[in-house]
Design a protein around this ligand. Structure first.
Ligand code: SF4
Length: 195
């Protein structure tokens, strides 16, 4: 309501559709489940702390998947952890979205080539809506990722004819001028190709 309060001199009528109204609520109140490990997890904490203040976007961290509609996977995910991440994702109610933060979650990061234990991308287990590149991505890059996700949510059709299946979502990669490649490491210029 803050957007509209005291903005008009006289009484007014606003035309909109139900989809837009519902999407407006969803995109401005993303409650996120943290799945933070390793160094990217530290950047994620920074993003939620007072300097970058994710609360101002209506985003509140939840410690249970049943109250979350966004999962932010940040950091190195090992093969052993992957099924747990999937389990948590399955416990989230619909509608739900996933942001993959950092090269490790995107594609295995610096461990992609030689590690026997690191997963080469969380998208092998759960669908990812937005990839945030970097090793680690800065909090600003994550904010950009959230804004991109909001654009996706804004365009979603909530109400549709019975039996009609929703359009599959197209994942988005956030552009980062400091990244050589969306799935590459920052340092050393090493290009890690997504396996
Ligand atoms: S992407 Fe880089 S910064 Fe992030 S967890 Fe992996 S090694 Fe650490």
């Amino acid at each position: 309501m803050g957007i509209l309060q005291n903005r008009f001199d006289e009484e007014n009528v606003i035309f909109t559709n139900v989809d837009t109204l519902l999407n407006l609520g969803k995109e401005h109140s993303l409650w996120y489940l943290l799945f933070a490990t390793a160094c990217c997890g530290i950047e994620l904490m920074q993003w939620g702390a007072s300097k970058y203040d994710s609360d101002r976007f209506g985003m509140i961290p939840r410690s249970t998947p049943r109250q979350a509609d966004l999962m932010i996977v940040a950091g190195t995910i090992t093969l052993k952890m992957a099924s747990r991440v999937k389990r948590l994702y399955e416990q989230m109610p619909e509608p739900k979205w996933v942001i993959s933060m950092g090269s490790c979650a995107n594609a295995g990061g610096p461990f992609c080539k030689y590690s026997y234990s690191v997963l080469k991308g969380i998208d092998k287990y759960i669908p990812v809506d937005v990839y945030v590149p970097g090793c680690p991505p800065r909090p600003e890059a994550l904010i950009e990722g959230v804004f991109k996700l909001r654009e996706v949510i804004h365009e979603e059709r909530v109400l549709r004819k019975q039996g009609k299946t929703p359009k599959p979502r197209t994942p988005i990669v956030v552009e980062d001028p400091h990244a050589h490649d969306p799935f590459a490491r920052h340092s050393g210029g090493a290009k890690l190709v997504k396996a």
